[in-house]
Design a protein around this ligand. Structure first.
Ligand SMILES: Cc1cc2nc3c(=O)[nH]c(=O)nc-3n(C[C@H](O)[C@H](O)[C@H](O)COP(=O)(O)OP(=O)(O)OC[C@H]3O[C@@H](n4cnc5c(N)ncnc54)[C@H](O)[C@@H]3O)c2cc1C
Length: 488
């Protein structure tokens, strides 16, 4: 019997994972990718001897990636490897305080207690509570479709639902953190995890405090050779097991006949498939590829997440005080988020994330130099004057680095690339250039993400950061699992 044919639209991390899983299910798989390169947001570029990871920089839950190699009968270590980071982050505050966030509940609380007014016990108990919260929510929100009734009948899900009061759904992240910590530095550090899915800690439910658990307790990792090696490894695995890739091939339409997906249309013609999985942002899929299908308006019109302005700078100096991951906090965090989510403007003193991969991969920058990925959170694209905002952000970063590290980096920047929400949308089709799909600024957000399948069109499925369970590398890998598990 000939193999059933599956089309995957997009080679983001979820598209690659879905391709590998569908191939393992015995389908003939073709990945159609609009770009000339794989990975979507998880890609890499080089300039003047500097290499930059263009998107994600923090790698958590690496076992979800390893799982794909094991499933395919391969040894993950033959494809890529990674090391655990410790400390994970260095935090800089405007009052001169510098805090290192170590891996593991014990070390984290011990070190933080030395530098803040909160006790080791208070910090440890908080981390223990988020551990319990993670164990209650993990199965409910992350591992199964929230849109299949049968999934609500399992013991683990019933336990999660019965404990709804314990998972912080009725408070905000900030509200919960402020109740625990006296030290504002710690409140700010834990509030920051709202940005991992593009939300505001002053609006997002306290349930999302579990994000810190993933990083602090389970660990953050650095893949050898940089984040892009994840994409390279997954693409190689997919090719090794027989997945076909068509790069530079944008899908223009999903072919539908009698409410069944039948294939895709590209500039090279129509291609028949038994099944289509879209890794394109779900909002953009409805708008561009299935415009004649009735839209799930409520789901698609949920407020979108924040975006970012990112400067990729080659800098002619080595900063010994910087680690791989560094945060230079704004002085007024609440106001910063009001600007992003209410005023939809850039804040004059943004929090800056500086990622410097040459701290681990020395070949990422010439000797005596550093490759900086300097990121500020901004609203998604509502037609703001991004060219003016880029200039404002550049100046704000230079001034903040001067205040905090005492160096004027302006004259030291020898090359620059810039991403803003317009570029992110152009490169990956993410609606409004939002990095994380819908925001999670209300307690029902998890239920208002699009399902991993179409309720109207048979054999049309979705995976990736814009659908359930959400954005980030591990969640995208899980989304591919949930999506393909639903396919018989
Ligand atoms: C700046 C930045 C920082 C981030 N930091 C982190 C982090 O530290 N840790 C973390 O875990 N996550 C992080 N994320 C989030 C993470 O990168 C994403 O959640 C994840 O990579 C999204 O993967 P995806 O599979 O949804 O697809 P995407 O990466 O969005 O890729 C979609 C792909 O589909 C292709 N495509 C779209 N339309 C079509 C079409 N019509 N035809 C053919 N191809 C099409 C696109 O070209 C693209 O390649 C970050 C993201 C960004 C942008």
């Amino acid at each position: 019997m000939s193999e059933k044919q599956c089309a995957i639209i997009g080679s983001g991390v979820a598209g690659l994972a879905a391709a590998i899983r569908m191939r393992n299910k015995g389908f003939a798989v073709t990945v159609y990718e609009a770009n000339t390169f794989p990975g979507g947001k998880l890609s890499s570029e080089s300039q003047n001897g500097y290499r930059f990871d263009m998107g994600p920089s923090v790698f958590t839950m690496p076992h979800f990636a390893d799982e794909l190699f094991i499933l395919s009968g391969k040894n993950p270590r033959d494809y890529f490897s990674y090391e655990k980071l410790d400390p994970v982050y260095r935090y800089f505050f405007e009052d001169g305080k510098v805090l290192d966030a170590y891996h593991g509940r014990e070390r984290f609380s011990e070190e933080m207690a030395k530098q803040t007014i909160d006790s080791e016990k208070v910090i440890y108990d908080y981390l223990e509570k988020t551990d319990k919260m993670y164990n209650l929510t993990d199965e409910v929100f992350l591992h199964n479709s929230l849109h299949k009734v049968r999934n609500y009948l399992t013991k683990a899900v019933a336990k999660g639902i019965l404990n709804f009061g314990k998972i912080g759904a009725f408070d905000t992240m900030h509200g919960a953190n402020e109740k625990v910590f006296k030290d504002p530095h710690l409140v700010q550090i834990f509030n920051r995890y709202a940005t991992y899915n593009g939300s505001s800690p002053y609006l997002a439910p306290a349930t999302l405090n579990v994000i810190s658990h993933v990083e602090i307790e389970r660990g953050a990792y650095y893949p050898k050779g940089g984040m892009h090696s994840i994409t390279k490894a997954l693409e190689k695995l997919a090719k090794d097991i027989g997945v076909e890739f068509k790069y530079n091939t944008r899908v223009e339409k999903i072919l539908i006949d009698k409410k069944h997906a039948k294939g895709v249309r590209t500039s090279e013609g129509d291609f028949k498939h038994d099944l289509v999985i879209s890794n394109m942002d779900v909002y953009a899929t409805y708008k561009h590829l299935i415009s004649d299908v009735k839209k799930p308006v409520k789901t698609l019109n949920q407020p979108k997440s924040s975006s970012g302005i990112i400067f990729y700078w080659g800098i002619r100096k080595v900063f010994d005080e910087l680690k791989l991951h560094n945060i230079l906090f704004s002085e007024n965090y609440r106001e910063e988020f009001e600007y992003i989510f209410e005023k939809k403007q850039i804040y004059h003193d943004p929090t800056i994330y500086v990622n410097v991969t040459c701290k681990h991969t020395s070949t990422d920058a010439p000797e005596g130099c550093e490759n900086w990925f300097a990121f500020v959170n901004v609203p998604n694209n509502q037609g703001q004057d991004w060219d003016a905002y880029i200039n404002e952000a550049r100046e704000a970063i230079i001034q903040k680095v001067k205040r905090i590290l005492g160096v004027d980096i302006g004259p030291l920047i020898e090359c620059e690339m810039v991403f803003d929400p317009r570029v992110i949308e152009r490169r990956t089709s993410s609606a409004f250039g939002a990095i994380y799909g819908n925001s999670s600024n209300n307690k029902f957000a998890a239920f208002l993400r699009h399902p991993n399948f179409s309720k109207q069109i048979k054999n049309l499925h979705f995976c990736g950061g814009s659908v359930h369970p959400g954005p980030s590398i591990p969640l995208c890998l899980l989304s591919a699992k949930i999506t393909t598990d639903l396919i018989k």
